[in-house]
Design a protein. Structure first.
Length: 262
C-alpha cells in the first residue's frame, strides 16, 4: 500500500518557521496501531489523517505518543493540502472531528480556522506550579486539555527555560505560558511532554483557550498573537463567544509517499 505524505509548515510565511505537520490523506481508515506507528515514524508534533465522507472530511490527529482531540496547526496544514492538491477550486472545508465540526476558509493565502472556544477558569497556584517557575504567575487557569499560567513579561515568556519533568507534574496533557506582548497583543509558548511534545512550536488549539482569556483581559475581540518558540509563529485571532477564529498562512516543505506492507 502506498500513501501520499505532505509536510507543511503552518502559521508562517517562510520555510522552516511556524509548526511543521505531516498530512496523510486516506481513502479509508487504517487501524489505529498503523496510524500511531506512522506518527511515530514521522516524529513531528502532529500527523493529521483525513478521509472524505460525502461533503465533508473526517479528521484525526496523532502525536508520536497518542491521539489528541484537537489540533490547530495540523488542521491548517490539512486544509492547505486539500485547497492546493485535492479541491483546488474550493474556498471552504468542513472537517468532522472528536471536537465537533471545524470549518476552514481560504482568502488568498490566508487560511482561517473556525474552532470551539475553551474559556479557562482560575485554579489555585499549587506548590507544584510554583516549583516549576522561578517567579510566581499572575494567575493560573485551566480548561480541559490545558493549564494556562499568565505572567507579566514577554521577556520572561521568551527566556523561560522549562524543566519538562516538573511540567509533566502540573497537568497530564499540556501547559501554556502567556503574557501581554510588546508588538503583538499577546505572546505564548506551549509544552506537552506527557504527549511526547516537549515544546510545540505553534499551537492552534491552545489559542482556543488564550483567545477568550485575552478577550476578557484586554476588552477586545481581534488580536495579533505570536507563539514565541524558536521557530515562532504568527496567528490572527477573533473572539466570537462560543467560537473562535484563528487565521494564518502555511508553506509546503515536502511531498512524498509512505510504503506499507499490511
Amino acid at each position: 500500500m502506498t500513501l501520499p505524505l505532505y509536510q507543511v509548515d503552518a502559521f508562517t510565511t517562510k520555510l522552516f518557521g511556524g509548526n511543521p505537520a505531516a498530512v496523510v490523506p486516506l481513502e479509508k481508515w487504517l487501524d489505529d496501531s498503523t496510524l500511531q506507528n506512522i506518527a511515530v515514524e514521522n516524529n513531528l508534533s502532529e500527523t493529521a489523517y483525513f478521509v472524505k465522507e460525502g461533503e465533508h472530511y473526517k479528521i484525526r490527529w496523532m502525536t508520536p505518543a497518542s491521539e489528541v482531540p484537537l489540533c490547530g496547526h495540523a488542521t491548517l496544514a490539512s486544509a492547505f493540502v486539500i485547497f492546493n492538491f485535492i479541491e483546488k477550486n474550493s474556498n471552504k472545508i468542513k472537517f468532522i472531528s472528536k471536537s465537533g465540526e471545524l470549518i476552514v476558509e481560504r482568502n488568498g493565502e490566508m487560511l482561517t480556522l473556525d474552532f470551539p472556544s475553551h474559556k479557562p477558569t482560575p485554579i489555585k497556584i499549587t506548590d507544584t506550579i510554583q516549583n516549576c517557575f522561578d517567579k510566581e504567575p499572575l494567575e493560573v487557569l485551566q480548561n480541559g486539555f490545558y493549564v494556562l499560567a499568565v505572567f507579566d513579561s514577554e521577556d520572561y515568556i521568551r527566556n523561560f527555560q522549562p524543566n519538562f519533568e516538573l511540567i509533566k507534574q502540573i497537568h497530564p496533557h499540556a501547559v501554556i505560558i502567556s503574557s501581554k506582548g510588546k508588538e503583538a497583543d499577546f505572546v505564548s509558548r506551549m509544552f506537552a511532554p506527557n504527549e511526547g511534545i516537549n515544546e510545540d512550536p505553534v499551537t492552534g488549539s491552545s489559542h482556543t483557550v488564550l483567545i477568550p482569556y485575552w478577550a476578557e483581559k484586554l476588552g477586545k475581540k481581534n488580536f495579533r498573537a505570536l507563539q514565541v518558540s524558536k521557530r515562532e509563529g504568527e496567528l490572527f485571532c477573533e473572539d466570537l463567544g462560543k467560537r473562535v477564529k484563528i487565521s494564518g498562512r502555511a508553506v509546503l516543505y515536502s511531498t512524498g509517499n509512505i510504503f506499507l506492507s499490511l
